[in-house]
Design a protein around this ligand. Sequence first.
Ligand SMILES: Nc1ncnc2c1ncn2[C@@H]1O[C@H](COP(=O)(O)OP(=O)(O)OP(=O)(O)O)[C@@H](O)[C@H]1O
Ligand SMILES: [Mg+2]
Length: 239
Amino acid sequence: MLEIRDIKTSYGKIAALKGVSLDIRDGGLTCLLGPNGAGKTTLIWTIAGILKAQSGSIKMGGDELAGLKAHQIVEKGVVTVPENRLVFPEMTVTDNLIAGAFSRRKEKGGVSEDLEAVLERFPRLRERATQEAGTLSGGEQQMLAVGRALMARPKILLMDEPSTGLAPIIVEEIFEIIGQLRDEGRTIFLVEQNANLALDYADHFYLLEQGQVTFGGDPGEVDHDELIARAYLGARKAS
Ligand SMILES: Nc1ncnc2c1ncn2[C@@H]1O[C@H](COP(=O)(O)OP(=O)(O)OP(=O)(O)O)[C@@H](O)[C@H]1O
Ligand SMILES: [Mg+2]
């Protein structure tokens, strides 16, 4: 679905991605693990076209996405659920959701049907439909961020650490939602700190360390504890 090859992205002289290659497979959950500062958010922003890669390619089908503007990438169906949600705090829940449909130039119809479908999926958002988004709890804001992305009719969802700052029970709830989306056959790229949970849900994973993919596989094939130690404690196999 998305073939990322040798992507290099820098902040001035600081090389954050040093040639990243990975595949986001069609109709599955691909998870990206890695310690703080590894470059996970930089990769999401690069795919989304908010940061520009110095080199490399990002192909969807035969289409090259690298070099396109952020709004063009959303129009191609690659939609981000950003780190820290970034909902519009002074807009109502409904208006935040409608804003998610902004990119749908060619398919303006169906917005009210899609809004209804999102409110059906997230009853808590329906209860709070007329409230300002800034008054929602963290978990509700995360649901809103997911709902807003769904309003864009995504082909691929890029989710950056949806569990950050949420209580464990709410994190479970968010993962159930992610699991549902995966079971519906959606293509999801998930960056996550909570490696334990992420590996339970992922079809495939990669490990990013210091701007490079150092490992990848199917969660069933690896020792989860060892992987988690490596991803988050910087521990390495003594070999
Ligand atoms: N705006 C910026 N200017 C300069 N350097 C930056 C900027 N944003 C990130 N970096 C650097 O780029 C590297 C990758 O950062 P990035 O935010 O992509 O990591 P991350 O894996 O998402 O980390 P986290 O788990 O903390 O979210 C880090 O070394 C970071 O310090
Ligand atoms: Mg990050």
